[in-house]
Design a binder for this molecule. Structure first.
Ligand SMILES: [Zn+2]
Length: 323
């Protein structure tokens, strides 16, 4: 059977908000990523060519998998005219998220227009805040918001150790240090990004407009965002009051339990791309699970909701859920 590959992407310019460009001329990003690119592919033994052959639904037209330029995701890449850099690093956030026409036959109408796939990194404080914006009707990846986050209540030495341990092995510690900003600023830039995409109205200050967060588990929105807001001494934004835990939808739709992203990907035969526990790669891989579930006919519904009062109690809306 011949699969016709179609490109579903609108190429939106990155909205980097009020970021001021860094002078990166003295520190070419290429050096920063060299480990990430080879490590992530060899460690998981995922040769991109093989992946494409084995998984026709996620075949894409690129010849090989490339790591994202993480300066670019921050709107700070100044090597866009360097062919070697462009060949080594991916500057198109949706490149590995292309779908083919066969995927659409079971697609059903959704109650949301957009999904925001969020996958935070950082146990003590949030270190990375990646969000993939997916069109619910076309499964098109519309945009990516990606920020590294600098902890606000940690000594410089502790931050350095923390980042070395977490991102050093992925080869992205340097870019983390070059780009990370405090959570308060990330939250402001994220709100500008939401407004830019007409997903939220600041003057109303309420929930998202016809959009919902999609996470793998409840931890991100239930626990970590409120904790980080407390640390940053800011009020929890109203758009963090409800979310879709993909694992609960997965359980109810496929009638089988998946305890995490890796299990879902394995069961759905979706190849892992990039580095597991690099937030931006995890968010993209979760997006691939979401796309597959939408393609299979799953209905995405809110699975958990937080009360807007002082108790902030969370109600879980699915009877069958992963605990
Ligand atoms: Zn770049």
């Amino acid at each position: 059977m011949a699969f016709s590959i179609i490109s579903l992407f609108r190429t939106y310019p990155f909205s980097s908000g009020s970021l001021s460009p860094l002078n990166l001329l003295s520190m070419p990003p290429v050096r920063t990523f060299r480990i990430s690119s080879s490590l992530s592919t060899s460690q998981h033994d995922h040769h991109p060519k093989q992946q494409q052959d084995q998984h026709p639904s996620f075949r894409d037209t690129s010849t090989r998998w490339k790591p994202m330029c993480l300066y670019h995701t921050h709107g700070k890449c100044n090597m866009m005219d360097d062919q070697v850099h462009l060949e080594r690093f991916n500057h198109n956030f949706s490149e590995q998220l292309r779908l083919n026409l066969m995927e659409f036959k079971n697609l059903r109408s959704q109650q949301f227009d957009f999904f925001l796939v969020l996958d935070l990194e950082g146990k003590i404080e949030i270190l990375e805040f990646p969000v993939v914006l997916v069109d619910a009707k076309t499964m098109d990846v519309v945009d990516l918001f990606h920020r590294f986050v600098r902890p606000s209540q940690m000594s410089e030495q502790r931050i350095n150790e923390y980042i070395e341990g977490k991102y050093g092995k992925l080869g992205v510690d340097r870019v983390w240090h070059d780009t990370a900003i405090p959570f308060m600023e990330v939250a402001q830039q994220f709100e500008s990004w939401l407004i830019h995409h007409r997903l939220w109205r600041k003057e109303l200050g309420g929930p998202l407009d016809k959009a919902a967060f999609v996470t793998c588990g409840n931890w991100d929105v239930k626990t970590k965002v409120p904790q980080q807001c407390q640390v940053a001494k800011m009020k929890l934004p109203k758009y963090f009051m409800e979310w879709i835990n993909l694992k609960d939808v997965y359980l109810n739709f496929y009638k089988r339990r998946a305890t995490g992203m890796m299990t879902m990907m394995k069961e759905l035969q979706i190849p892992l791309l990039g580095s597991h526990h690099l937030g931006v790669d995890d968010a993209k891989n979760i997006t691939r699970v979401l796309q597959r579930m939408l393609a299979d006919g799953a209905l995405m519904q809110i699975t958990a909701r937080r009360e807007c009062n002082s108790t902030g109690k969370v109600e879980f809306l699915f009877k069958n859920r992963i605990r």
